[in-house]
Design a protein around this ligand. Structure first.
Ligand code: NI
Length: 181
């Protein structure tokens, strides 16, 4: 297993619409395991393949504290939605930002598992929100798209600034390392 790099807003690759998964082979298994490891390490409760720059319709989720209830949804479709829930969401591709988003409260989903077996299941509460959030990624959509243009622009600037500061610290650290032999 290996950790994959998570793309961050406003990376244009996050805007790619994912293609259906057609091959349920060893490579898919590796991708799923890598995504779970990357999500747990982040740490996060959901990750779409889009976020690791693989544009296939695949999401992984685990809301358990013990990281022992992985949910893998391949080619997920929402068959029906009920109710409305407003939840504070965050995203591994928009680090450190949390805001309220309105979603359906309950959803019925059809998806395939890692072996290609189709199943249908109802989800509510956090899982329902998380699945809708991750499925948005597969369409190239981010939760910040539901916020105002002004808010989104502020978030973009804040993340840009933090990335620049991080890069400056890395340069300083490697300069230090070069002297320390
Ligand atoms: Ni996300």
């Amino acid at each position: 297993m290996a950790l994959r790099t998570i793309l961050e807003f406003p990376d244009p690759r996050l805007r790619t619409r994912a293609e259906p998964v057609t091959r349920f082979d060893a490579a898919l298994g590796t991708l799923i395991d890598d995504m779970l490891e990357t999500m747990y390490a982040a740490p996060g409760i959901g990750l779409a393949a889009t976020q690791v720059d693989v544009h296939k319709r695949l999401i992984v989720i685990d809301i358990s504290k013990e990281h022992n209830e992985p949910l893998v949804l391949v080619n997920p479709e929402i068959l029906s939605r009920e109710g409305e829930a407003s939840t504070e969401e965050g995203c591994l591709s928009v680090p450190g930002i949390f805001d309220e988003v309105k979603r359906a409260a309950t959803i019925r989903v059809r998806a395939q598992d890692r072996d290609g077996t189709t199943f249908e299941r109802d989800f509510d509460e956090v899982l329902a929100v998380c699945i809708q959030h991750e499925m948005d990624h597969l369409e190239g959509r981010l939760f910040v798209d539901y916020l105002s243009d002004l808010k989104r622009e502020r978030i973009r600037k804040k993340l840009d600034k933090e990335r620049k500061e991080r890069a400056a610290r890395t340069v300083a650290a490697s300069a230090g390392a070069r002297r320390a032999y």
